[in-house]
Ligand binder design. Structure first.
Ligand code: ADP
Ligand code: ASP
Ligand code: MG
Length: 475
């Protein structure tokens, strides 16, 4: 079997037209003799709205929460009605949608009464987005002539119980994916499951963290040793920068697993940071493709990317970070000091992104979290502590910076007008990153992009698209 995992993000299932395009893309793979396993996100913005409903209910705003749920119910019903014409199929689908929203309303009413939103309840509430979208997409596939079969992802993606960021249990997932999905694919059926949602071994709903549908796609690809993992989204592939920030960003045609993982970790939203790992384990190529422009070849992520004449492949930005400065007036770098500092971050389960030390101070960057005051209070027992939020980390990634001289000077020349706080060249030697004020981030990315992608290597970047853009705007 030529198994291909195809993951479609929120914008690729946002309305009947998008679901129609998605169905046509999957049908195209079937026509090529492939056996697709399809993973879908919730319809665009639904997860945010479910979280808003949860937030409203948790402060006692029962009416507000139920109003959000009612709008979501109507959107899903309308989408189903537009896609499915067969009378008994649409009746069954609407019944499914109503049952799910009835039970969501019950959870919201309960939450509005107890006024305590736990991570576990939050995961249950957001799970409705993918549970319903996947059922609609499976039915739409049937309507369009494919044998779409809805599979509840929570029966396959088994995790630990860290709600909101659960860790997958690879062995169980492999066993269940093979048991449940392979027979369907072997019969020419197209399994459709929700991304992002999972369950622990006791069957309680968990999630893989925001943007986690990419991770589901990769986990299924790894579990089934698929020949490719396709991530279908709303841009032509991994670009040299976020095209929303840098409209002249270019598509990167090919990039290595290591580079893509670094970019994803440092904020390139196009891929969830954990997506690459299952692919690396089995050396499965990952393709990032545009469901609105399906004929574009996208980005191919593979283990060894060809040499690139430009030092960098892409620039990412991670926002909502804080810098913590720990300053000790007495002898600081005595041994054991750093481990005491890290033990505190460990105790609060707070990962550290970047560290820099001097004789008397240690600066660390972390995601801005509401744990910061408690962390600062603990650190305050060792030394003086200050922390500041609204920081951004700009990260330039490329394997070809290895061994090149003078790159750092070019980077800092490009952002000389910006106040740079911390600098690091990652241990992997394929990234160069620095910390700035969040408000300066977009300007910094555009300046760096102008400096480093003036003459992009045509073997690696889609230079033709830029030429075409110039022709179009001249006309
Ligand atoms: P999906 O819903 O399909 O998962 P996301 O919104 O999570 O899509 O990710 C796609 C978005 O990622 C793009 O619309 C783009 O704005 C953003 N993005 C950030 N950095 C990059 C990059 N380097 N290349 C492409 N897209 C990027
Ligand atoms: N729907 C989830 C989110 O918005 C997961 C995903 O789309 O990848 O975060
Ligand atoms: Mg995403």
């Amino acid at each position: 079997m030529n198994l291909v995992v195809m993951k479609f993000g929120g914008t690729s299932v946002e309305d009947p037209a998008a679901i129609g395009r998605t169905a046509a893309i999957v049908a195209g793979r079937v026509a090529q003799g492939k056996s697709p396993v399809v993973v879908v996100s919730a319809m665009a913005k639904v997860t945010d709205q479910l979280l808003r409903a949860a937030g409203a209910a948790s402060v006692g705003d029962r009416t507000g929460a139920l109003a959000i749920s009612s709008r979501l119910r109507a959107r899903h019903r309308d989408t189903a009605i537009a896609l499915v014409k067969n009378t008994s199929d649409i009746a069954a689908l609407l019944d499914f949608i109503d049952q799910k929203f009835d039970s969501l309303d019950e959870v919201l009413r309960g939450l509005a009464a107890i006024l305590e939103l736990t991570p576990r309840i939050s995961d249950l509430i957001v799970s409705y987005g993918e549970r319903v979208s996947s059922r609609i997409v499976a039915q739409a596939f049937r309507e369009l002539g494919m044998e779409g079969v809805h599979v509840d992802a929570r029966d396959i993606i088994i995790t630990d119980s860290q709600f909101q960021k659960a860790i997958p249990q690879d062995d169980l997932i492999e066993k269940r994916a093979q048991e449940k999905l392979l027979p369907l694919a072997a019969q020419g059926k197209v399994p459709v499951m929700g991304g992002f949602i999972a369950s622990n071994e006791a069957g309680i709903t968990t999630t893989l963290g925001r943007g986690g549908s990419d991770f589901t796609g990769a986990l299924i690809g790894g579990a089934l040793t698929a020949e490719a993992i396709e991530i279908w989204t709303d841009v032509d592939g991994i670009m040299t920068a976020d095209p929303r920030v840098c409209p002249d960003a270019l598509r990167v045609k090919v990039i290595s697993f290591e580079e893509a993982a670094e970019l994803a970790y440092f904020g390139a939203k196009v891929l969830h940071p954990a997506t690459i790992l299952p692919a690396v384990k089995k050396n499965i190529p990952v393709l990032v493709l545009n469901s609105r422009n399906a004929s574009n070849e996208g980005t191919r992520i593979i283990s060894l990317a060809p040499h690139c004449k430009s030092p960098f492949k892409s620039i990412s930005v991670k926002k909502k970070l804080s810098i913590i400065d720990v300053v000790a007036s007495r002898m600081l770098m005595t041994h054991g000091y750093l481990s005491q500092i890290f033990a505190i971050f460990d105790k609060h389960q707070c990962p550290v992104d970047m560290v820099s030390t001097s004789e008397v101070s240690v600066s660390l960057t972390v995601d801005s979290t509401d744990k910061l005051p408690a962390i600062a209070a603990d650190l305050g027992k060792l030394a003086d502590v200050k922390y500041e939020g609204k920081k951004a980390l700009v990260c330039m990634v490329g394997e070809d910076i290895r061994g090149q001289h003078g790159i750092a000077a070019q980077v800092f020349n490009a952002v000389r007008h910006v106040n740079v706080r911390m600098i690091s060249q990652g241990a992997s030697e394929i990234n160069m990153s620095f910390m700035i004020e969040e408000d300066d981030a977009e300007e910094a990315v555009r300046s760096l992009h102008a400096a480093f992608f003036k003459e992009p290597d045509p073997a690696i970047f889609d230079v033709e698209a830029r030429k075409q853009l110039a022709v179009d705007s001249a006309q």
